[in-house]
Design a protein around this ligand. Sequence first.
Ligand code: HEC
Length: 178
Amino acid sequence: MRLHSMGRFGIAAAVIVAVGCAGEEGEEAAEGEEAPVVEQVAAMPDTTAEAVWAHLEQANYETWALWPEKGRLYAGGEPHGMLLTTYLNDAALEALNGDATVFPAGAIIVKENYMPDSTLAAVTVMYKTESFNPDNNNWFFIKRLTDGTVQVGGRGAGCENCHGARRDNDFIMTADIN
Ligand code: HEC
């Protein structure tokens, strides 16, 4: 957790330095201001399970922020696993920490589902798209086993039904988002 925090701080510091340099050069200031602070959103993956997974691997999601106050391998309930570790990309984290009542397009939540002996069993993902499925706030659901089998890629009926109980909370179950 501590290492991870340092990593994020490092990225933030680098962005500040980059913007600062552009500002000093005057003309390039506008370009600097437009520099994507939320670097993960810059590469918004297509809505296929394979594209999203490739994005997660490339972005090295295990370096992302953990769900606030949850830590690693926290106790979870049915159906997801006994032990959970949940990561958020910057867009999701900012929304969660801010006043948002729904996550913005580009937000990604990755939940690792572990067996009681801490063996990883599956990864479940919620990826907020622009327009995949307005009926469920455009969430794209993925469930991927550790051998690479994709059990859900898109509209998991089970995912949608159960998470739909928290439609008022943008389908999020872990905590109230606002
Ligand atoms: C029977 C209910 C149920 C079903 C079915 C279900 N989930 Fe969940 N999900 C939960 C609960 C409850 C949590 C909160 C974590 C916990 O305590 O286990 C959660 C948490 C999550 C999270 C973390 C973000 C959040 O909403 O809190 C993701 C990502 C997720 N589920 C993905 C999926 C995917 C993908 C599927 C389908 C393959 C799925 N879930 C099916 C109940 C369900």
